[in-house]
Design a protein around this ligand. Structure first.
Ligand code: HEC
Ligand code: HEC
Ligand code: HEC
Length: 434
C-alpha cells in the first residue's frame, strides 16, 4: 500500500474521531466476574461454535497450549498478535464477565476499554444470536486456564494508537442482528447464519477497502488472506466446472472436491474445524452455498469436465511441444514439469491421483500466487483426505516461473500470467524470510 493512501486514510479517520464523544473514543472498564459455572449442554454448543468460528487457527499458534494466543497475523498495515482467551485471570480472560466478552465480540472493545483491531473478526461475530454468544462464553470459561503474556503488535504510528479505531468503527462497523432470507429454507438460512457470523467466511472471501474493512457490497467476490489469493464463491466463482451441492459438501467436509480443488493454505484449518464440528451445520453451509450458486446446465458441465480432463498428460506426451503453438516460456516450463511434477500430475487412471490441474483455482486465478505457494511450501492435506500430500518442490525462481507458464497454457483457457519471474522471486523470498 502506498504511504499517501495510509496518510489520507488516517486523516479521514482522525476527522471522524473529532466528531465523537469522549466515551466513544475512550470506552469505560467493565468489572471482572467472580465465578464461572456452566451447563454442560451449553458448553458443548459453545465448543461447536468455537470450531465453526475457527478460534484456534488464530488463538492457538503451533506449539501453544489451548487458546493462549500469540499468533502473528500479517495485515497490510503491520503485524497484529492474537491474545490469550483462556480463563487465566492474570494473562487471559478469566476476569471477564459475559458483558465484557459480549462487548469484545460485538463491538471490538476489551474489558479494560481498549479498542481492538479488526484483524479479530468481530465485524462478523457481532451478528451472532445472544444464545450463541452465551454458549461460546460458557465453553471458553470452562477450558483450562493457560498463563501466557500477550505480544506487542508491530504497527506503525499512528495506527498503533487504539483510539483511532473509534473512527474506523464509526465509518465501517455497523453491526445488525442476522436476518434470515425469506426465500431460503431453514437449512439454507442456518448455513447463511453460520457463514455470515461465527464462520466469518467473508473475512477472507470478500475484498477489503484501503482501510482494511470488508466491502459488504461485494460479498464473497474473492479476497486475500495470509499471502494467498482467496477465490470468489457461488455466483462470482471462476471455477471452470460449476459447483453443485455435492461438490460443496465434499469440499467442506473433506477439503477436496474431484472437479475443483484441495483446500490449501488458510482454507485447510477452516475445513479441518468443519470436519470436527456438527455435521448438520456443515451440510447447512453447503446448502446455503448451493442456494446462492446459479444452477448449472448439467450437459454443459459434463462437457467442460471432459474437456479439462483430456488435457492431463500421458507418459507418451512430447514435452518438446513440437508442432504446438506454445509461447517460449511454456516450452521451457514443459521440461520443468516433466522432471518435477509429472510423477504425480499425470493422466488420471485412479481416483487417488491428484485432480486435473485445469480444475483448480490455483491454475485459473488472476495471478500465480497460490500455485507458487503450493510449489514452494507443498500442501499439507486436510484431515478428510490425509493421503493427498504434496511435498514442496525445490526449484529455482526461473523454473517456477516457466512451469507456471506451462501449467496456465496447457491446462486452462485463461490468458498468460504477467511478471512471472518477479512474482516467483518474491514467493521464494517470502518463504526464506518466514
Ligand atoms: C483471524 C484471526 C482470529 C480469529 C479467527 C479469532 N480471533 Fe480472537 N483475536 C484475534 C486478534 C488478532 C486479537 C487481538 C486484537 C487486538 O489486539 O486488537 C483477538 C482478540 C480476541 C479477544 C479479546 C481478548 C483480549 O484480551 O483483548 C477475544 C475475546 C477473542 N479474540 C475471542 C475470539 C473467539 C471466541 C474466536 C472464535 C469464535 C476468535 N477470537 C477468533 C484474532 C482472531
Ligand atoms: C482464513 C481465510 C479463509 C476463511 C475464514 C475461509 N476461507 Fe474458504 N478459502 C480460503 C482460501 C485461501 C481458499 C483457496 C485455497 C486454495 O487455493 O487451495 C479457499 C477456498 C474455498 C473454496 C473453494 C473455492 C474454489 O473455487 O476453489 C470454498 C468453497 C470455500 N473456500 C468456502 C469457504 C466457506 C464456506 C467459509 C466459511 C465457513 C470459508 N471458505 C472461510 C480462505 C478462507
Ligand atoms: C509427490 C506428488 C506431487 C508432486 C511431485 C507435485 N504435486 Fe502438485 N499436488 C499433489 C497433490 C497430492 C495435490 C493435491 C490435489 C489432489 O490430490 O487432488 C497437488 C496439488 C497441486 C496444485 C493445486 C493446489 C490447490 O491449491 O488446489 C497445484 C497448482 C500443483 N499441485 C502444482 C504442482 C506443480 C507445478 C508441481 C511441480 C513443480 C507439482 N505440483 C508437483 C502432488 C504432487
Amino acid at each position: 500500500m502506498k504511504r499517501w493512501h495510509i496518510l489520507t486514510g488516517v486523516s479521514a479517520i482522525a476527522v471522524a474521531v473529532v466528531g465523537l464523544s469522549v466515551a466513544d473514543v475512550f470506552p469505560s472498564e467493565i468489572p471482572p466476574i467472580s465465578q464461572a459455572d456452566f451447563d454442560s449442554d451449553l458448553v458443548e454448543q459453545g465448543e461447536n461454535l468455537a470450531l465453526l468460528g475457527d478460534c484456534s487457527s488464530c488463538h492457538t499458534p503451533t506449539g501453544a497450549q489451548g487458546l493462549s494466543g500469540g499468533f502473528a497475523l500479517p495485515t497490510p498495515f503491520g503485524t497484529v498478535y492474537s491474545t490469550n482467551i483462556t480463563p487465566d485471570p492474570e494473562t487471559g480472560i478469566g476476569t471477564w464477565s459475559f458483558a465484557a466478552f459480549d462487548r469484545a465480540m460485538r463491538e471490538g472493545i476489551d474489558r479494560a476499554g481498549n479498542h481492538l483491531y479488526p484483524a479479530f473478526p468481530y465485524d462478523h461475530f457481532a451478528s451472532m444470536t445472544d444464545e450463541d454468544m452465551r454458549a461460546l462464553y460458557a465453553f471458553l470459561m470452562s477450558e483450562p486456564p493457560v498463563s501466557a503474556l500477550r505480544k506487542e503488535n508491530e504497527l506503525p504510528f499512528p495506527l498503533s494508537l487504539r483510539p483511532i479505531l473509534a473512527g474506523w468503527k464509526l465509518l465501517f462497523h455497523h453491526p445488525k442482528p442476522f436476518e434470515p432470507d425469506p426465500e431460503m429454507d431453514e437449512e439454507e438460512n442456518r448455513g447463511k447464519y453460520i457463514a455470515e457470523t461465527i464462520g466469518h467466511c467473508g473475512a477472507c472471501h470478500t475484498p477489503r477497502n484501503i482501510f482494511g474493512a470488508v466491502k459488504r457490497s461485494q460479498a464473497f467476490e474473492g479476497g486475500e488472506a495470509e499471502g494467498w489469493l482467496v477465490p470468489p464463491l457461488a455466483a462470482a466463482s471462476i471455477a471452470p466446472a460449476a459447483w453443485t451441492l455435492d461438490d460443496y459438501a465434499d469440499y467442506l467436509f473433506d477439503g477436496w472436491s474431484a472437479h475443483h480443488a484441495i483446500a490449501a493454505g488458510p482454507m485447510t484449518s477452516v475445513v479441518d474445524h468443519l470436519f470436527d464440528s456438527d455435521e448438520d451445520d456443515v451440510f447447512a453451509i453447503a446448502a446455503w452455498l448451493a442456494a446462492i450458486t446459479p444452477e448449472a446446465d448439467e450437459a454443459e458441465r459434463d462437457e467442460i469436465i471432459a474437456k479439462i480432463s483430456t488435457r492431463d498428460l500421458p507418459e507418451t506426451f512430447d514435452f518438446s511441444l513440437a508442432g504446438l503453438d506454445a509461447p517460449a516460456e511454456a516450452q521451457a516450463g514443459a521440461l520443468v514439469f516433466r522432471d518435477n511434477c509429472l510423477k504425480c500430475h499425470k493422466e488420471r487412471i485412479s481416483d487417488s491421483q491428484p485432480i486435473s490441474l485445469g480444475f483448480t483455482y490455483a491454475a485459473n486465478a488472476a495471478a500465480p500466487t497460490n500455485l507458487f505457494a503450493a510449489v514452494s511450501h507443498g500442501i499439507e492435506p486436510p484431515l478428510g483426505v490425509p493421503s493427498r500430500k504434496m511435498q514442496a518442490v525445490n526449484i529455482s525462481a526461473a523454473e517456477m516461473a516457466s512451469v507456471a507458464a506451462f501449467v496456465r497454457w496447457r491446462f486452462t483457457d485463461q490468458p498468460a500470467w504477467d511478471n512471472l519471474l518477479e512474482d516467483a522471486e518474491a514467493a521464494l523470498k517470502a518463504k526464506a524470510d518466514h
